[in-house]
Design a binder for this molecule. Structure first.
Ligand SMILES: [Zn+2]
Ligand SMILES: [Zn+2]
Length: 344
């Protein structure tokens, strides 16, 4: 089988390796589709401090079960599955308090341990979830990022009277907009510096858009919200200063919630007053937890708009194109899905 390995930052190779054998409690997955995510780009460029090399990237993995170990009870050969990206210890404080996604010993497939950009791999049975056979593989690869939207909007306690501000309308921004609308949020305002990206966000649930390059954001938010401000803000832009930007008075109201979505490590310019004068909740959100199955179910029920969410499809045999795009990004490419042999 072929395996795509990042050997060191900015270097990768396609290796010919044996197909692994599942242990008694493991299943063998034949990969069908894998999403490409911003974090894969950081890993390729050596910007993820938790990554070690050589590494098989890829954490948005779906495939078909071709073999099961003798102790597997639930998953059968032929099942279509999505693979959890999180490997947890199940014993630490976080794992025993329903917070396994931030397990003290968490290992993430595709960054801390090998991921899915290879034709086959094994996983413990409990790390794979059966999905509806009718979901096309190219859509199924989006279950993981959609699960992030479900998770962060759960963390943000999105409800029907919420007025949501989303900074950044890339893949995650549009997924959050969609998740908020599905949870009944009253108003979703998307903010970005690209008009075409803002236009696209309307397809995924944005009721209003603001171009922060050409418009005064606080004034526009005041206009849209009758001066009350937004009840929740998500920062899916994640650059130095973006968190300070969404926290400002005029964007988030008193008792509002702010959810940073990224991992920017540069300092922000906050003071206690920014948080306490309005008694804001700043709520961290990392990956997702227990969301794969409900997300796959919603997908099978046609609850999500998927058209246009992935913009680019690349065959695994042409994976060079994925790395080319990391080095020379084409602004039209928002989300790439890698399709394995035989998947259209
Ligand atoms: Zn991702
Ligand atoms: Zn743990």
């Amino acid at each position: 089988m072929k395996s795509c390995v990042i050997t060191e930052p900015f270097k990768y190779e396609i290796r010919e390796v044996p197909i692994p054998e599942p242990k008694d409690d493991e299943v063998l997955i034949r990969m069908k589709a894998a999403g490409v995510c911003g974090s894969d780009m950081h890993i390729f460029k050596g910007e993820n401090p938790l990554s070690r090399y050589p590494l098989v990237p890829g954490h948005e993995n779906v495939g078909e079960i071709v073999k099961v170990g003798k102790d597997c009870k639930k998953i059968k050969v032929g099942d279509h599955v999505v693979v959890d990206l999180i490997i947890t210890c199940d014993n630490c404080y976080q794992c025993t308090h329903g917070r396994g996604n931030v397990c003290e010993h968490v290992l993430v497939r595709g960054s801390g341990t090998d991921g899915g950009w290879r034709e086959y791999f094994t996983a413990i049975e409990s790390d794979v979830y059966k999905i509806d056979d009718n979901i096309p593989w190219r859509d199924a690869a989006l279950i993981e990022p959609l699960a992030i939207g479900e998770h962060c909007t759960t963390r943000a306690r999105i409800a029907e009277d919420d007025v949501v501000f989303i900074l950044g309308t890339g893949t995650i921004g549009t997924i959050i907009a969609q998740a908020c609308k599905l949870k009944g949020a009253k108003t979703v305002i998307c903010c970005d510096i690209s008009d075409s990206s803002l236009e696209r966000s309307k397809l995924f649930g944005a009721d209003y858009t603001i171009n922060s390059k050409t418009e005064n954001v606080v004034e526009r938010v005041a206009e849209i919200t009758d001066g009350h401000g937004c009840t929740v803000a998500f920062d899916s832009a994640c650059f130095q200063g973006s968190l300070t930007f969404v926290l400002q008075k005029g964007i988030v109201c008193n008792a509002g919630r702010v959810v940073p979505m990224g991992f920017c490590s540069k300092p922000e310019g906050l003071c206690q007053n920014d948080i306490n004068a309005r008694e804001l909740d700043i709520i961290g959100s990392r990956m997702s937890l227990h969301q794969f199955e409900p997300t796959a179910k919603k997908m099978a029920e046609g609850k999500y708009r998927l058209e246009g969410l992935a913009t680019t499809f690349v065959k695994f045999s042409e994976i060079d194109k994925v790395f080319d795009n990391i080095l020379h990004p084409n602004p039209e490419v928002k989300k790439t899905v890698i399709l394995f042999d035989g998947v259209e």
